[in-house]
Design a protein around this ligand. Structure first.
Ligand code: B4P
Length: 327
């Protein structure tokens, strides 16, 4: 059993690190406003963030740290703490370019690639951070952008944690919660979503010993990844580069969404809309009112369909995998 107090310590340091990071100029906050737009049963959160157009391009070389911002020396104002899960060491950093306060990152201490799948320690650390948040009345979900086509921009492995209101859930997660499953312990798809995806319903928070839940989470990830690769193998042409997919983790579900493209080109105006895992949580971001209008006109679900992969034939039913849960 890993040391859970390290997770509590990290969560309790977030507010202060966020405030001091902003005050000393190491953490840049971009103000935004949110509109809800319903599309195909999903209440999409469309965030308008004009100041994001002034954000520097992360592809530019960082003079202060040639190994990248997620390797030492860390910017002191963004560094929260380190932690260890099994044999894996991590650091927790505040997101430098923050749209939602307290958005933070879990970064591998040694350089690992962002094209690598999540490991059992990655998943355990994510679940433990979310649980520590819950113990302190702070709700987070985790997202992971795997591979260049998934919307990632940093090559060093990092999982991201997005705050959400207590009792709240990202819009597509709410749709997953509404699915009535005939059996537990099987991957399922949400029939109304027009892109390939697989979801696994996790045992309720604290309904089983932590070790058991973490084991189920690992088995669920392996099972969803296997389904993703089966789907990729059936495609007539593989998307370019290493396999790309997004992962979302809440207390109730694990979602894996394979990607075919990093951006969707809007049919009106030809603008390219980049989409990361947050898009598949039902949260899209735009930098201008014009872009926001065009995005809504195009339909958020069509945009997700444009950057995802087609649903495999025969996967229209809601459960798709053999059981991994012991009764
Ligand atoms: P990636 O996995 O590589 O990519 P990303 O989340 O899509 O963010 P990207 O970097 O492409 O930024 P974008 O303009 O799309 O994650 C890298 C993460 O590291 C990001 O969170 C990034 O901000 C952060 N980062 C980069 N350099 C850093 C440094 N030196 N130190 C610490 N952290 C660093 O989006 C800009 C911001 O808006 C991002 O924070 C993104 O997560 C957020 N965002 C995007 N869509 C959103 C939505 N729908 N709602 C709320 N926020 C949203």
């Amino acid at each position: 059993m890993s040391d859970l107090t390290q997770y509590d310590n990290i969560i309790s340091k977030l507010d202060e690190t966020y405030s001091s990071g902003r005050a000393n100029g190491n953490l840049l906050f971009f103000g935004s406003s949110v509109t809800t737009h319903s599309d195909g049963g999903v209440d999409f959160e469309i965030r308008l963030c004009p100041s994001l157009s002034h954000k520097p391009q992360v592809s530019k070389p960082v003079v202060s740290n040639p190994d990248g911002p997620f390797s030492p020396p860390y910017v002191p104002g963004l560094y929260v703490d380190r932690l260890k899960e099994e044999e894996e060491e991590y650091v927790v950093l505040m997101n430098k370019y923050c749209v939602v306060p307290n958005h933070f990152l879990l970064v591998t201490k040694e350089f690992k690639r962002q094209t690598a799948p999540l490991t059992p320690p990655d998943l355990a650390a994510a679940y433990n951070l979310m649980s520590a948040g819950r113990r302190q009345g702070k709700n987070f979900f985790m997202f992971y952008n795997c591979g260049p086509l998934s919307g990632s921009s940093q090559p060093h492995k990092h999982l991201q944690f997005m705050p959400i209101p207590e009792e709240g859930a990202p819009p597509i997660e709410k749709l997953a919660q509404r699915q009535r499953l005939e059996v537990d312990g099987k991957a399922f798809i949400i029939p109304s979503l027009p892109y390939a995806h697989h979801v696994f319903r996790l045992p309720a928070y604290r309904s089983r010993p932590l070790e058991e839940i973490l084991d189920i989470l690992t088995q669920a990830f392996i099972s969803l990844l296997d389904l993703t690769f089966q789907l990729l193998r059936r495609l007539p042409t593989l998307p370019e580069g290493p396999p790309a997919y997004n992962v979302l983790l809440t207390f109730d579900h694990l979602h894996v969404i394979p990607r075919g493209r990093a951006e969707h080109t809007l049919s009106q105006g030809g603008l390219d809309v980049p989409v990361n895992a947050l898009g598949f949580a039902g949260m899209l971001i735009t930098k201008s009112e014009e872009e926001q209008g065009l995005l809504i006109e195009e339909s958020p679900l069509a945009i997700l369909g444009g950057v995802g992969l087609p649903v495999a034939e025969g996967e229209s039913c809601s459960t798709v995998e053999s059981s991994i849960l012991d009764d």
